[in-house]
Design a protein around this ligand. Structure first.
Ligand code: SF4
Ligand code: SF4
Length: 394
């Protein structure tokens, strides 16, 4: 196992993400025996970092993880959990909810604790002064119930900078979506550089982009097999993020023993990507992109009569063209109605201003159609509101 040093801790670079445990097909419940077997194998090979979140698997991930870890001494592994500020039913007892998570995880402290899914939508809750989420949870750190505090991030580079400025001194690490596709598609490079510049650790989620890079289309997969016939598509994605020196932990949401075995092989030693391998990954990333080449220069913004944040909307467009991830739909749900893509009146000003020649109104019309036909984050969050109310006896 390859390890990393983070503020004197020795952490396995492979972190076990607990958001995708397999379910028993008959009962629909988490297959606890399989979780136990995966943990046993991972721990025997040196994995010592486990990551869950209050809402994962409808609140059952914390319980299944704790059950699988119960035989192991608490000081032998690091536990990470997250505060669900992105789906609160309103002002709640923040510390009460934190304590619910402690109880479900059968522990009295978290090594790592994160504000979950910070983006343009959830920041409206996180930053509400009268909800005092951040001060309440920061107090848990001061009281020693949290050792290291961070946040998982799905927003724009501007929002990331805002958080790092506003909460300077509070955070130790930031978890970002980073992989060889999002390196350019979702500005992961710029985010990695900014977090590193601020002296914080980078944690990586979605190194295989929700499995997309672990099972590439045949044409792209064949290019990787030509480089190494034995290596899995996923192993190339992991080795890409392993090559970033400030990436401390790389999370993988494993749900089958064969995935655990394959990942253990990839993390048993560090093999930097060769130039040929890097070039092939870049080629594959470009072939998977189906969006528009917006550089974020903002030349189009000043003249937009609707004052739309065009590069932000095009960033969302590019993401949903690859995959209709909930994190993107959530960002869209957070927009005021007059800032949504359907507010575009098609005047064409932006097309004349754009050095890339992007047909912005066409892209915004398509984005408006995709989000209007897609599931709404707000609807999905309703179930979570209920479970928080129940856990807090509200
Ligand atoms: S076409 Fe739409 S996005 Fe472009 S300037 Fe006009 S209103 Fe704004
Ligand atoms: S001018 Fe073109 S490239 Fe620049 S932000 Fe606007 S759409 Fe993107």
């Amino acid at each position: 196992m390859i390890y990393t040093d983070f503020q004197g801790l020795t952490i396995s670079r492979l972190g076990f993400g607990c958001m995708r445990f397999a379910k028993d097909p008959l009962t629909g419940e988490i297959d606890q025996a399989k979780v136990n077997a995966m943990f046993e194998r991972a721990i025997a090979a040196g994995v010592n970092y486990f990551d869950t979140a209050y809402p994962y698997l409808d609140g059952k991930s914390e319980l299944a993880m704790a059950e699988a870890l119960k035989e192991y001494p608490r000081e032998s592994y690091y536990l990470a959990d997250k505060f669900p500020g992105h789906s609160l039913p309103g002002k709640i007892d923040n510390v009460g909810l934190f304590e619910v998570s402690l109880k479900k995880c059968r522990t009295d402290y978290f090594d790592f604790y994160l504000f979950h899914n910070v983006n343009e939508w959830s920041t409206k809750s996180y930053e509400r002064e009268d909800w005092h989420i951040i001060p309440d949870i920061y107090r848990m750190k001061q009281e020693g119930k949290i050792h290291y505090l961070g946040f998982s991030f799905h927003g724009s580079i501007d929002l990331l900078r805002h958080w790092l400025d506003k909460y300077e001194g509070i955070f130790d690490f930031v978890q970002i979506q980073c992989n060889y596709l999002d390196w350019t598609l979702q500005d992961a490079k710029a985010k990695y550089d900014l977090i590193t510049e601020r002296g914080l650790g980078v944690w990586v989620m979605e190194p295989c982009r929700g499995g997309k890079l672990a099972k590439l289309p045949e044409e792209q997969s064949a290019k990787l097999r030509a480089l190494d016939a034995e290596a899995s598509d996923a192993s190339f994605a992991f080795r890409f993020v392993q090559g970033l020196p400030n990436v401390k932990v790389i999370l993988s949401g494993m749900n089958e023993v064969f995935q655990v075995e394959d990942n253990l092989k990839t993390f048993s030693d560090y093999r930097p990507l060769s130039d040929a391998e890097l070039n092939t990954l870049q080629e594959i990333a470009e072939s998977l992109k189906k969006g528009v080449p917006c550089t974020g220069c903002r030349y189009c913004c000043a003249g937009c009569p609707m004052e739309l944040d065009i590069p932000f909307l095009l960033d969302c467009y590019n993401s949903v063209k690859v995959e209709r991830a909930f994190s993107v739909l959530m960002r869209m749900d957070g927009l005021d109605p007059e800032k949504r893509p359907e507010a575009c009146i098609g005047c064409g000003q932006c097309m004349h201003a754009c050095p890339q020649g992007i047909d912005v109104p066409a892209a915004l019309a398509e984005l408006a159609e995709i989000v209007s036909n897609g599931p709404k984050w707000a609807d999905r969050a309703k179930g979570r509101h209920e479970s928080i109310r129940k856990d807090l006896g509200m």
